[in-house]
Ligand binder design. Structure first.
Ligand code: AMP
Length: 554
């Protein structure tokens, strides 16, 4: 697959088909997407020539904005000009945007949020409309196609470089997920994740590579059930791509089911654990849809394993007392469990998941130290006996392989020590979730003077939470060079968009749960407080925002 050539072909065969639909039905056809991105590439090329060598010395292009269809024009225009692009979503906390721009040092910032006119002028400028685009300018091979920043353990974001080869190899696989690529032609894909999160690569490029239509769901809509239901009524989705947490949230609305979305045939989940609980609820609401669990980090181009969770797999999982499997590796990828490991209770060899293969990133942008820590090269024996050197990545995820399937059980860094005891937070969370009154639980450490003093569990129960108090995020306005400061005023310096959390600490409830937990866990693993919460806060990437839970004064 060569995504840029594929889009050029689609512009010829499906020129009038909607490639992407944004707010208010703003449509960009395949022909417009191709032409506008050519013009932007011509402008960028004129600005500073093309990349000068195979190492792609041209600086990257930052693209700031939200769910505007023209974001895709910027991404493709940059790639067609031989430059990497880096998406920055408006939901990113301003401190994070500032750090990212500082680390990226972009050649140009295309700011669609505050200055869309610059792009419109470029697209309409006769100097660009009349000049000819040269396909040889485009990013190719090991050159970086995009850079997505992820949080780093040191507190500074790390830019993951994904090459054209990585993206194209990934698409060869993702286009076949759940159904053949040809069957996805003309289908409507949900885009839930912001473009700054690599999950969006799954819906965006898989959809475009198959000639589908990408439906962009704005954050504003995601935060309001009424708007969201309206969006679903107007958008007959065929293929769903989101984190499991987002589907969980949608299921808070009783009408979210196959009557609302009768054409929804495939759910693709990635980015965090798909819990048995989420699967069960979803299966009831959408009995005939295919539910596919995918696993992978940004560092290996979105996802590397997949499995359809059929009733058979589900029943086997329950019978064996496991979490749902993450499946088998895609072609061109090998999944291994690090050698220095111990066995889990079922005798499976537990350890860090190592990914080797043709979608592993070339490393972190301008960060050789972190690159050397996480990435390495491995010799892989080919079928014909020859050996090839392939890139590998240490995920930091804890997992095991049983019956040929990968199971993810947590992070190697979610292990804590409290009062000298070694504790896996996931272990407590799982035991809490297994209790009949609790459907979901997150346990966070409570620190004092740099030491973990106790644990607090936040749990979702079947009963309504009568709040003792609500939690709101704090404000922090800071300057951001390179971006119009006005747009960032009044934005919260936190990832969370769900600001009002209903929280209730009920002593009797807490005591009752602790008593039940004590049956299964040693007393040093029992959280000091069990607090009811109406939902788990999510960060802008759609994952549970543990930091926000940690910051709650309870
Ligand atoms: P990100 O780079 O933001 O996509 O996050 C990647 C991380 O999300 C992985 O390293 C895992 O810790 C977690 N993750 C992704 N998919 C799954 C899954 N199916 N099950 C459990 N954890 C997952």
């Amino acid at each position: 697959m060569d995504i840029i050539s594929k889009l050029r072909k689609l512009a010829e065969t499906d020129g009038q088909r909607a490639a992407v639909i944004g707010e208010g039905g703003h449509v960009l056809t395949y022909s417009q997407l191709n032409e506008y991105s050519d013009r932007l590439a011509i402008w960028l090329h004129r600005l500073n020539g093309q990349k000068s060598d195979a190492n792609q010395s041209a600086r990257p292009i930052a693209v700031y904005g939200h769910k505007n269809p023209l974001m895709l024009v910027c991404f493709l225009g940059a790639a067609k000009s031989g430059r990497a692009y880096c998406p920055l979503d408006i939901s990113m906390p301003e401190g994070r945007v500032r750090d990212t721009i500082q680390a990226l040092d972009p050649e140009v910032i295309l700011d669609l949020e505050n200055d869309i006119d610059t792009l419109i002028n470029i697209i309409n400028d006769p100097q660009n409309t009349e000049a000819e685009y040269n396909p040889s300018w485009a990013v190719a091979g090991s050159q970086t196609f995009y850079i997505i920043f992820t949080s780093g353990s040191t507190g500074k974001p790390k830019g993951v470089k994904i090459s054209a080869d990585c993206l194209n190899n990934y698409l060869d696989w993702s286009c076949e997920l759940g159904s053949a690529a040809e069957e996805k032609h003309g289908k409507i894909f949900l885009n839930q994740a912001p473009f700054s999160f690599d999950l969006s690569v799954m819906d965006t490029y898989t959809c475009l590579a198959c000639g589908g239509t990408l439906a962009l769901m704005e954050k504003r809509v995601q935060n309001d059930f009424a708007l969201m239901i309206d969006f679903f009524k107007k958008t007959p989705l065929n293929i769903w791509v989101s984190t499991p947490s987002f589907a969980d949230m949608c299921m808070g609305e009783p009408s979210f089911n196959s009557n609302l979305l009768p054409n929804l045939g495939i759910f693709l989940f990635c980015g965090e654990e798909l819990t048995i609980n989420t699967y069960e609820k979803l299966r009831q609401r959408f009995p005939d849809s295919r539910i596919i669990n995918l696993y992978g980090p940004t560092e290996s181009t979105v996802a590397v394993t997949s499995i359809e969770i059929t009733e058979e797999i589900y029943k086997k999982t329950i019978a064996e007392g496991r979490k749902l499997p993450a499946g088998t590796a895609k072609n061109g990828t090998i999944i291994e469990i690090n050698e220095n490991t111990e066995n889990n209770d079922s005798g499976d060899r537990l350890g860090e998941i190592i990914i080797t293969g043709n979608t592993v990133s070339t490393g972190y942008f301008n960060n050789p130290e972190k690159t050397a820590e996480a990435f390495f090269e491995k010799d892989i024996k080919n079928g014909d006996g020859s050996v090839s050197t392939t890139r590998a990545y240490r995920t930091g995820d804890l997992g095991y392989i049983a019956d040929g399937l990968l199971y993810c059980v947590g992070r190697i860094d979610f292990q804590i020590k409290m009062h000298g005891y070694r504790i896996e937070l996931g272990d407590i969370e799982q035991n809490l979730s297994d209790l009949p009154e609790i459907s979901r639980a997150v346990v966070v450490p409570v620190e004092k003077e740099g030491h973990i003093k106790s644990l607090t569990a936040y749990v979702i129960t079947d009963t309504e939470v009568n709040p003792q108090h609500s939690e709101k995020n704090s404000k922090n306005n800071a300057d951001i060079s390179g971006i119009n400061e006005k747009s960032l005023e009044n934005k919260n310096d936190t990832d969370s968009e769900f600001q009002d959390l209903k929280i209730n600490y009920d002593r009797q409830f807490s005591r009752r749960i602790k008593e039940q937990l004590l049956i299964k866990l040693p007393d040093y693993m029992i959280p000091k407080k069990i607090i009811m919460i109406d939902r788990l806060p999510m960060n802008s990437n759609g994952k549970i925002n543990r930091n926000q839970l940690r910051s709650i004064k309870s």
